[in-house]
Design a protein around this ligand. Structure first.
Ligand SMILES: Nc1ncnc2c1ncn2[C@@H]1O[C@H](COP(=O)(O)OP(=O)(O)O)[C@@H](O)[C@H]1O
Ligand SMILES: [Mg+2]
Length: 252
């Protein structure tokens, strides 16, 4: 996947907003990249461009050698707020993404139950979203995303509305699932600790208009344990050096 000199503007004339200015980066298959930056710096816009939900205005984007498009067979997109259908069971919701990809019924059901097990919701396959807590619904959304076995996963602050414990739990679940399918991941987060814990690289965007300010390598070994990292000096060193720049952007 590559992004080359992408700029994006909303509206026209004096009231227009430049959301992205000349952003470029590229990912190899299987890379896990986090994007951090101040609120309003164009992170969601970047994902929407990659997902083909926002038309490209300037620059070039290549996904698996082609242009972005909504419903791209290689891409699964997970939003901050779970988007489960209330009238479908939990298993029915996990099957939805696979249904859209034309996975056969029996295989869909098998994978749905398997992935629900892996996110710890094996007993809730027949429940409805309204019967679950927010954290549980987000786990269902995670299962739905991974069960599609996409080549590329786009995540827009998927863990941000969760309490601290559930967040650490889900980060761990997601990391395990990712180690399994080795998809290319772009994770947007405003939680720097989460970015460093999960990703191979952290892209720091400047505040609006969003530019790529710095691209940090995360040299921490995998598999990683979020709790062990708390006592790892390398983790803290990296955290501090990114935070020093991020703080400038956030307080601008
Ligand atoms: N559909 C839109 N119409 C007009 N302005 C928008 C739209 N979407 C985003 N913006 C503006 O573009 C900027 C970047 O937004 P966004 O990509 O959502 O930032 P982030 O996700 O980093 O918080 C913000 O100033 C936002 O108000
Ligand atoms: Mg956003």
């Amino acid at each position: 996947m590559s992004v080359d000199q992408v700029s994006h503007r909303f509206g026209s004339g004096p009231g227009s907003v430049t959301a992205l200015d000349n952003v470029g980066f590229s990912l190899q298959s299987g890379d896990f990249v986090a994007i951090v930056g101040a609120s309003g710096c164009g992170k969601t816009t970047m994902l929407n461009l990659l997902a083909g939900l926002e038309p490209l205005q300037e620059g070039a984007i290549s996904i698996s050698g082609g242009a972005p498009s909504s419903g791209h067979p290689d891409i699964a997109y997970l939003f901050a707020r779970d988007s489960l259908l209330p009238w479908r069971t939990v298993a029915g919701n996990v099957e939805l993404g696979m249904e859209l990809r034309g996975v056969a019924k029996a295989e869909r059901r098998r994978r749905a139950l398997d992935y629900l097990d892996r996110v710890g919701l094996g007993d809730y396959a027949g429940s409805y979203p309204a019967q679950l807590s927010h954290g549980m619904r987000q786990r269902v959304a995670l299962a739905r995303t991974i069960a599609q076995q996409p080549k590329i996963i786009l995540l827009d602050e998927p863990f941000s509305a969760l309490d601290a414990q559930t967040k650490i739990l889900l980060q761990g679940v997601f990391m395990d699932l990712w180690e399994d399918i080795k998809a290319t991941v772009i994770l947007i987060t405003h939680d720097l600790g989460e970015a460093i814990t999960l990703a191979d690289r952290v892209l720091l965007f400047s505040s609006r208009p969003g530019r790529l300010r710095q691209d940090f390598e995360v040299p921490l070994q995998r598999p990683r344990n979020p709790l062990d990292l708390q006592s790892d000096p390398e983790y803290h060193e990296l955290y501090d050096s990114i935070w020093n720049l991020l703080r400038e952007e956030v307080t601008q």
